[in-house]
Design a protein around this ligand. Structure first.
Ligand code: C2E
Ligand code: C2E
Ligand code: C2E
Length: 91
């Protein structure tokens, strides 16, 4: 049931993230901005983050990692992998 968060690379769509209401996406947007600053990686349309970071974000959002993954897909923030596999195990 948690195959998505265990096996799938987390790739955030920064354009979608930037267009979400701040009260929903705020903590995630700040987290992503911090990672971009640490890497000096400012020009990407997407940002690959650590699986460990998803666990930290889930705590921030008071959800399980799977619940947060589902929410990120609903928000259009989680880009599918090259093979679209991110969608395979949802539900
Ligand atoms: P790209 O920058 O041309 O990288 C193509 C592929 O080279 C990546 O596919 C990955 O397999 C490998 N690669 C590039 N840089 C690194 C690296 O620092 N470490 C490792 N281990 N592999 C690297 P991938 O991951 O599927 O990414 C596809 C494209 O998505 C990338 O093309 C890039 O345009 C974008 N992208 C993905 N993650 C990020 C990110 O965190 N920041 C930015 N700016 N772009 C990203
Ligand atoms: P660090 O964790 O000590 O990592 C040092 C360097 O090792 C990184 O420099 C990067 O070149 C490489 N590195 C470490 N783990 C990975 C990985 O899973 N994949 C890839 N492709 N490279 C890895 P970089 O990118 O300049 O990052 C500097 C520091 O910024 C990192 O030091 C870490 O403290 C923080 N950071 C950067 N990106 C992330 C992230 O996605 N999540 C977290 N939690 N911290 C990050
Ligand atoms: P990736 O670079 O293709 O790395 C895939 C996995 O290999 C990482 O999954 C991690 O488990 C392991 N790995 C790669 N490099 C290192 C390393 O230097 N130290 C350690 N301890 N493990 C490493 P993870 O952590 O889920 O990261 C997923 C993706 O997030 C990475 O794919 C990379 O695109 C990005 N990323 C994570 N941390 C950093 C970082 O510090 N700097 C940069 N530039 N990218 C990072």
């Amino acid at each position: 049931s948690s195959a998505v968060t265990k096996s799938t690379k987390i790739v955030l769509n920064l354009e979608s993230l930037g267009s979400l209401p701040a009260d929903e996406a705020g903590p995630l947007a700040r987290y992503a901005s911090t990672i971009q600053a640490q890497r000096h990686d400012y020009n990407g349309k997407v940002l690959s983050i650590r699986a460990e970071d998803l666990k930290s974000l889930a705590i921030i959002y008071d959800m399980s990692p799977d619940e947060l993954t589902t929410r990120l897909i609903e928000w259009g923030v989680l880009s599918p992998g090259a093979d679209g596999s991110i969608y395979a195990d949802v539900d």
